[in-house]
Design a protein around this ligand. Structure first.
Ligand SMILES: Nc1nc2c(c(=O)[nH]1)N[C@H]1C(S)=C(S)[C@@H](COP(=O)(O)OP(=O)(O)OC[C@H]3O[C@@H](n4cnc5c(=O)[nH]c(N)nc54)[C@H](O)[C@@H]3O)O[C@H]1N2
Ligand SMILES: Nc1nc2c(c(=O)[nH]1)N[C@H]1C(S)=C(S)[C@@H](COP(=O)(O)OP(=O)(O)OC[C@H]3O[C@@H](n4cnc5c(=O)[nH]c(N)nc54)[C@H](O)[C@@H]3O)O[C@H]1N2
Ligand code: SF4
Ligand SMILES: [Mo]
Length: 796
């Protein structure tokens, strides 16, 4: 597959930009919006985007300012692109599915698939079929019911959720899954901020950010580690600009000098258009990939050495300080410098800024969470915050910036394979059945279960499981072994093509669209990164009359499967989301009077004990200092440590376009960014075409992604960067974070070899497709499948 795997003929490399946004951002937003939606719908949607009476941006989970402080244009370039992508006038109709077989569709890349437009009809692939064909909703629901009922145990089914689902859909979905009898609810969070959820739960008793937007404006110092806000949370730059104008200092901890961390030209104000913009980072630490645990520990060590500690907070609210202080006092600077690639002077400068600040906010995203030591690293961030008393006071706090726009809300609503017992108790009281208590499967374990023939049905509430998950070849193969896959989707993606024996595509309304049910206009609700929950109402007519909302789809197959088991009123919930919200009011802590509260302008903020009252519902009842050893990830000679990241023109596996303006890439995505000295050292030249190979010492599989152009780039020696999802075939399924099981997408040990141009060209991951992956090995003779190799040990 992937016609454009090698010949990204238009690829041009300009070198990175020194600022983010500016007038180009506005021009790009408008061009995309008008190109996809036309002038009328552009005006209709963009003016309602992120407004109190409009719809919530479906892109990232960055919070909105208070309703009275919102601009008329309260969105960014990437928000506009997300809207354009959903509200496009293009349609993937039954004719498209009749014209192309599944195999032919699979020959195209993710960009092409998305460009076919919105799916208009429920579609089915029947056993042995080569094409998708239209199907009626009732029959689709009957197929789901039949397959689920036929299982020996409900634990043989997997119910995935991507973080765009509304609170109402998520609540109904988890209710259905638990009434069926399983907690097999993997979600995109498992690949995203799971390390955060686990670390924070242990350190502060709740897995969410302890700050509000106003805190961001008031902070003295904002530290941003492992996050690229200019692309992935662009409106964060507006908030940082406000903070900076009030005197805040910003520290960026990032292997790359990302344009958005450098300078921001706010297109909403004149100085952003004609002026030089606002410099963002006062201090940039170009850390080596995976060096953050050592970095934060070194900062902690200096704070202890200087006695720059909030003793009052430490005495009253924390436990474990002495052991931690003892541990960091003996930090070995040579190890720190080796792990971080940073000098002691630079780290000291950062620590001095934190010492001088009476209120610091610590932000992080995937650069911290997708590592083997991610949970320990995030606990180390907490340690530093505790040492400074930076939690539960204005202008300070922990700020994991969430990805998908409602990923946090989905968790609040119970989408979790490890649900808290108290949540299950409330569910039991409300609905009168005893929900399953044992933990379910997360994303990685779900892949294993399907691969090993232990799970036979996969249902995805949004997302693109096949291409978002690690080890693409293994995941794709696992999916094709199932009896039934069901994808609730807006647009075509890889997961529709690497599917089960029977496969359903259930097309859904998106956020931009009006949702009329039971004769009235329904609204949905979402939660952002700072625990603010509010309503969202679409404005456009649905892309097709055959679409149903996610909530209606879930209630539909739930009723078909469970009938009136436990007396759950699926039809009532489907036709009036207030009925679901009444249940939420009684089941979810902090959501009393949910419908009324959520529908006020700006909604309401969920309780957060550490933020609100400095109370910590941990095992000890206190904020917990945790000491962790520093394990340096050693990369063997001849190899590089690869991080897989997002371009400025994609939303996860949805590719909007093939450029990455801020990093100076145009017209192609198969590039690998490498330091010029490493390029020379490894015997290559800038622009060479290479195959990337990854090895993982716990198995003997050689994973390969072909045909990447080397781009000389300012990344620390020994490290490399390339885009997700093209590089997902390189991420080993078993290489996950300790404690959270999150794939280590930011630390893959790779080597480069001159591209094998004699090979028949395939795209992205088909080259990984072994003849038979049953045991992860492939038949001899397959040119580029999984090959057995003796493995050097290279992780310490
Ligand atoms: N436009 C757009 N917006 C998005 C998304 C999108 O795809 N497109 N995705 C959404 C989702 S689901 C998420 S989770 C977020 C993701 O938001 P980010 O986490 O910002 O996304 P990534 O592109 O993965 O970028 C990771 C950043 O971490 C840095 N990094 C990599 N390894 C390390 C390390 O070891 N240490 C440190 N300190 N830094 C490191 C990289 O250089 C990069 O700047 O964005 C959300 N918003
Ligand atoms: N190598 C590598 N892998 C990664 C990451 C990485 O950094 N590197 N990041 C990980 C992270 S942070 C995440 S969150 C996951 C993302 O994993 P997913 O959430 O599974 O993937 P997405 O690409 O966001 O899903 C896109 C699909 O969602 C569907 N969709 C869009 N809008 C809607 C809607 O409103 N409703 C419904 N029902 N469907 C809709 C469309 O059909 C679209 O094709 O990927 C992870 N994988
Ligand atoms: S910052 Fe995120 S939520 Fe806000 S408009 Fe941009 S993409 Fe949408
Ligand atoms: Mo994410």
């Amino acid at each position: 597959m992937g016609k454009d795997s090698i010949d990204e003929a238009d690829l041009r490399v300009h070198g990175p930009e020194d600022h983010a946004a500016g007038v180009t951002a506005v021009a790009v937003s408008m061009k995309r919006a008008v190109g996809h939606m036309g002038v009328k719908n552009t005006a209709k949607t963009l003016l309602k985007l992120n407004q109190a009476d409009g719809f919530d941006c479906m892109s990232c989970a960055w919070p909105d300012p208070d309703p009275e402080n919102r601009h008329a244009a309260e969105f960014c370039e990437n928000g506009a692109k997300a809207v354009a992508e959903e509200a496009t006038k293009d349609r993937a109709t039954p004719e498209l599915f009749a014209r192309y077989s599944i195999a032919e569709l699979d020959a195209h890349d993710e960009y092409w698939l998305g460009q076919q437009g919105r799916i208009t009809h429920p579609m089915v692939k029947r056993p042995g079929g080569t094409h998708y064909e239209p199907i009626q909703w009732d029959e689709a629901n009957a197929i789901i019911a039949e397959h689920l009922t036929a299982l020996d145990s409900p634990d043989e089914a997997i119910f995935y959720t991507s973080g765009r689902a509304s609170n109402e859909a998520a609540f109904a979905y988890q209710l259905f899954v638990r009434a069926l009898g399983t907690n097999n609810m993997p979600d995109c969070s498992n690949m995203c901020h799971e390390s955060t959820s686990i670390a924070l739960a242990e350190s502060i008793g709740i897995g969410k950010a302890s700050v509000s937007m106003n805190d961001v404006y008031q902070a003295d110092v904002i530290l941003i580690a492992g996050q690229n806000p200019g692309t992935n949370h662009p409106r964060m730059l507006s908030a940082l600009e406000i903070a900076k104008r009030r005197g805040a200092k910003i520290i960026a901890v990032n292997p790359l000098r990302e344009a958005g961390l450098h300078n921001f030209r706010n297109p909403q104000v004149p100085r952003g258009i004609v002026g030089k913009g606002t410099d963002i980072a006062d201090l940039h630490l170009p850390i080596k990939i995976n060096g953050d645990l050592a970095f934060f520990q070194a900062v902690g060590s200096l704070l202890v050495e200087w006695d720059a500690l909030d003793h009052d907070f430490i005495d009253r609210h924390t436990t474990g300080f002495e052991q931690w202080a003892e541990h960091v006092r003996s930090v070995d600077w040579a190890t720190v410098e080796h792990a971080t690639g940073l000098s002691r002077e630079l780290i000291t400068q950062a620590a001095e800024m934190i010492r001088a600040s009476s209120k610091t906010i610590y932000c992080w995203a995937m650069g911290l969470t997708q590592h083997r030591n991610a949970v320990a690293t995030i606990k180390e961030v907490c340690n530093v915050a505790f040492a400074r008393g930076d939690i539960g006071k204005p202008g300070a706090g922990l700020f994991p910036v969430r990805g998908h726009s409602n990923v946090q809300g989905d968790r609040t609503m119970g989408i979790w394979e490890r649900p808290p017992q108290a949540f299950l108790d409330s569910l039991q009281t409300e609905f009168g059945f005893d929900p399953p208590r044992e933990h379910g499967l997360d994303t990685v374990d779900s892949i294993r279960a399907m691969r090993d023939g232990k799970a036979h049905v996969f249902i995805g509430l949004g997302g693109n499981f096949v291409h978002a998950s690690p080890d693409t070849a293994v995941t794709a193969e696992a999916m094709t072994k199932t009896r039934l896959t069901v994808q609730i989707s807006t647009k075509l993606n890889r997961s529709h093509l690497r599917c089960g024996e029977t496969a359903l595509i259930l097309p859904t309304l998106g956020r931009t669209e009006k949702d009329i049910r039971g004769g009235k206009e329904q609204f949905i609700s979402v939660e952002d990164s700072v625990c603010a929950v509010h309503a969202s109402r679409g404005v456009l007519d649905p892309a097709s009359p055959h679409l149903r909302s996610e909530t209606a789809i879930v209630c539909g197959f739930a009723e078909a499967t469970l009938g009136d088991r436990y007396g759950i009123r699926w039809a009532a919930m489907r036709d009036d989301y207030d009925v679901i919200r009444d249940h939420i009011s009684r089941v979810v802590v902090g959501c009393e009077e949910y419908t009324a509260k959520v529908d006020r302008p700006g909604g309401f903020v969920l309780p957060h004990p550490p933020r609100d009252t400095r109370t910590f519902q941990t095992e000890s009842g206190l904020a917990e200092f945790v000491a962790s050893p520093i394990n340096v990830l050693e990369v063997p000679e001849g190899h590089l440590l690869l991080q897989t990241l997002r371009s400025h023109d994609q939303y996860n596996t949805t590719i909007y376009g093939k450029s990455d303006r801020y990093r100076g890439i145009e017209g192609g995505r198969r590039v690998v960014f490498v330091h010029p000295d490493d390029i020379a050292h490894l015997g290559f030249s800038d622009g060479d075409l290479v195959d990337l190979t990854a090895r993982w010492d716990d198995d003997d599989i050689v994973r390969m992604a072909p045909d990447f152009r080397i781009v000389s780039y300012d990344t620390p020696r020994g490290t490399a960067a390339a885009y997700y999802p093209e590089t997902n075939p390189l991420v080993p399924l078993d290489s996950t974070a300790e404690g959270s099981n999150t794939p280590t997408s930011k630390a893959v040990i790779i080597s480069m070899a001159a591209a094998d141009t004699s090979r028949t060209r395939h795209g992205s991951y088909d080259t990984q497709q072994p003849d038979d992956t049953d045991d992860g090995q492939d038949a001899e003779g397959s040119d580029e499948g999984h090959k057995k190799h003796p493995q050097p040990a290279h992780l310490s």
